[in-house]
Design a protein around this ligand. Structure first.
Ligand SMILES: Nc1nc2c(c(=O)[nH]1)N[C@H]1C(S)=C(S)[C@@H](COP(=O)(O)O)O[C@H]1N2
Ligand SMILES: [Mo]
Length: 406
């Protein structure tokens, strides 16, 4: 009878260090046995995220944050949402990375290495709000297909890079230019190399804004791979799909860019509002530009219990696409009355703003705290899910949290 072979003690020790835990019955492991704990790709470890994030999809990877995780004034990497349309590029070499500029409205075709971009152009740092156009999609009825985002597809990190406009001017832009389109290194899920998973862009005016960056740092460090290393576009205040990750090409177009996800229902909504469920003709759909006014209560966590009747601090962030938020109010009586909260100015254009207030609840019981922001054009957040659209974009309904006072 053949004796079963068991793995060596030294192998058990190295497995334990990989797992971060002692393999207690390691001496019973036969040679060649694959430990489950090692086989599972752990997205939290892989992407350096807290395991409180919500996995919406693993092919492609999509992870959502939660309101209470987003309490920091600047969103750290470990709680920043992840949105991918294709396969994350592998084996990126920053030393050979380059970006090719072309298009009908480019005076010259030109290729820059990443090093040239970093050394030839001036560096800027801005805090920029990136919200997925589909943030809040899960609340639409009839439901919309796609990742069922709740509240957590929003971030405001500090981005460092060069201005897209500086590079565009160096390339030379013809008067005929109306749009730029981006190209990136991620691969289509089908595996077809001639298909791009996403190739969106922005009007030339947005490309020329001071804050529109080709960024190579996030929160002072190299951008994490999943967020676009080594170079990404950041166009704050617009649906984050405009902020292409892993950028290796920019086309200067004489028409609206027609890359992947620029047409049909993708990142487009009915130009005029429609009844829920309506089939909308292609020519009646408009590309989403500046995102609507919105806010998020990040402290306390919904469901918090106050052990006695005392002042409770409420705080969070608010943003309004390209506009500023000028007022934010809270209600503890289901919207019957509202109190104004303290509101900070944005640190720079297109950064989210912080708000806070203190609430003394009148008596024991169950409450909801609602927050409602108003932008500089006098437009406020709706109480309920607004404007149905086929893909469930732009849900900026008020955020509510539950509080129990004992
Ligand atoms: N190359 C590339 N860029 C991309 C995407 C993508 O799939 N590929 N997704 C876009 C979308 S839809 C969003 S919401 C943001 C998400 O950025 P994040 O994953 O860094 O949070 O990246 C955008 N840029
Ligand atoms: Mo998105």
């Amino acid at each position: 009878m053949e004796r079963r072979k068991f793995i060596k003690k030294s192998t058990v020790i190295s497995l334990s260090s990989l797992l971060g835990a002692n393999v207690v019955f390691g001496r019973n492991l036969p040679v060649g046995y694959g430990l489950l704990g090692l086989q599972d790709p752990d997205p939290f470890k892989m992407f350096n995220k807290t395991n409180e994030m919500i996995i919406l999809n693993d092919n492609p990877w999509n992870l959502e944050s939660r309101a209470h995780l987003l309490d920091d004034t600047i969103t750290p990497n470990n709680v920043m949402f992840v949105r991918n349309n294709g396969k994350i590029p592998e084996n990126i070499n920053k030393d050979s990375w380059s970006v090719h500029f072309n298009g009908e409205s480019a005076v010259h075709e030109k290729t820059y290495t990443l090093r040239e971009l970093k050394t030839r152009f001036k560096e800027y740092t801005y805090q920029l709000t990136l919200e997925c156009g589909g943030n809040g999609r899960s609340e639409f009825n009839p439901p919309a297909k796609g990742n069922q985002w709740g509240l957590g597809a929003i971030s405001c990190a500090s981005w460092t890079g060069i201005r897209l406009k500086d590079v565009l001017e160096d390339v030379g832009v013809k008067d005929s230019a109306v749009y730029i389109g981006y190209h990136a290194a991620d691969k289509h899920l089908s595996g077809n190399p001639s298909k791009e998973p996403i190739s969106r862009g922005m009007p030339i005016e947005k490309a020329y804004q001071d804050e529109t960056l080709l960024a190579f740092k996030m929160n002072g460090e190299a951008i994490p791979l999943v967020h676009g290393y080594p170079l990404r576009l950041v166009a704050g205040g617009w649906p984050a799909s405009v902020s292409g990750k892993w950028i290796n090409g920019i086309s200067i177009r004489d028409k609206v860019h027609d890359g992947a996800k620029m047409n049909g229902d993708a990142y487009r909504v009915p130009c005029n509002s429609v009844a829920p469920g309506t089939v909308v003709k292609d020519e009646d759909m408009c590309i989403i530009e500046s995102m609507p006014v919105k806010s998020l209560i990040t402290y306390p966590k919904s469901g918090a219990i106050l052990k006695s009747r005392k002042n409770l601090e409420i705080r969070g962030h608010t943003w309004a696409g390209e506009l500023e938020v000028v007022m934010i109010e809270c209600s503890i009586d289901f919207g019957a009355t509202w109190i104004k909260c303290k509101l900070e100015k944005p640190i720079n254009r297109l950064a989210w703003q912080h708000f806070s207030t203190e609430i003394l609840f009148p008596q024991k019981g169950y409450y909801e705290v609602w927050a409602k922001a108003t932008d500089s054009q006098g437009v406020s957040q709706p109480m309920i899910v607004p404007g149905w659209n086929p893909k469930g974009y732009l849900n900026n309904a008020c955020h509510r949290i539950a509080i129990k006072v004992e």
